[in-house]
Write a protein that binds this ligand. Structure first.
Ligand SMILES: Cc1ncc(COP(=O)(O)O)c(C=O)c1O
Length: 202
């Protein structure tokens, strides 16, 4: 039996936070090739042409989500520490990965620089759910305030495609940026979009 081509699929990691150190593509390719060559030798067959489907690795790092801050509330934790809850105008409807499988994200205040001492913050959504968390733990400037913009990087994969109209939230637009020029590539949803499938009274 000969196998002309073998598709090894996806699953290549990306840096969601500064703690993540994804493998170098060239090292990964060499490692996969060596494994396949080893197995093919053992089976006495030719090494097939190899292909991969690097979904997340391509689109994940290409996008960030920008939220507006609604309210900011310091909360005293058991043991006396404080965590500042920063609520934003999105949440599990545009990024369910944190709630669904405890994913880690980072974030930064994106509309201004601040020299205020950092505070431990948690970025939460607007959906009235205990699990509606976007970023579990991040240090944000202590003067983060309603109206600030908070950017969450690496949201290009499994965010938009997992997005929902939960609580009838409208999905946000997608903005493409190249060479400092921004343009809308997917427009913001409207209430008419939400109602478009209603068939009315029979
Ligand atoms: C068949 C197939 N290929 C590739 C991928 C992409 O995986 P990843 O985004 O982890 O690279 C998926 C993800 O669901 C998949 O189902």
């Amino acid at each position: 039996v000969q196998m002309p081509e073998m598709d090894l699929g996806g699953g290549f990691g990306i840096a969601y936070t500064t703690q993540d150190d994804p493998a170098d593509p060239a090292d990964l390719a060499a490692g996969m090739r060596a494994i396949v060559e080893h197995e093919c030798r053992a089976l006495g067959i030719e090494r097939p042409a190899l292909s991969i489907e690097p979904g997340r690795a391509v689109v994940g790092p290409s996008m960030c989500t920008v939220y507006s801050v609604g309210t900011v509330k310091p909360v005293r934790l058991d043991g006396g520490a404080r965590r500042t809850y920063v609520s934003v105008d999105g949440g599990m409807s545009d990024n369910v990965r944190t709630a669904l499988y405890d994913a880690d994200y980072s974030c930064t205040v994106a509309n201004r620089a601040s020299a205020a001492p950092p505070v431990l913050a948690r970025v939460v959504g607007k959906h009235c759910e205990a699990g509606d968390i976007v970023v579990k733990d991040e240090f944000l400037p202590g003067d983060v305030a309603p109206g600030d913009l908070v950017a969450v990087p690496a949201t290009g994969a499994y965010c938009r495609s997992l997005a929902s109209n939960y609580n009838h939230a409208l999905r946000p637009p997608v903005i493409a940026v190249r060479d400092g020029v921004a343009r809308v590539v997917v427009r913001r949803e409207t209430e008419d979009d939400l109602l478009a499938t209603d068939v009315g009274d029979l």
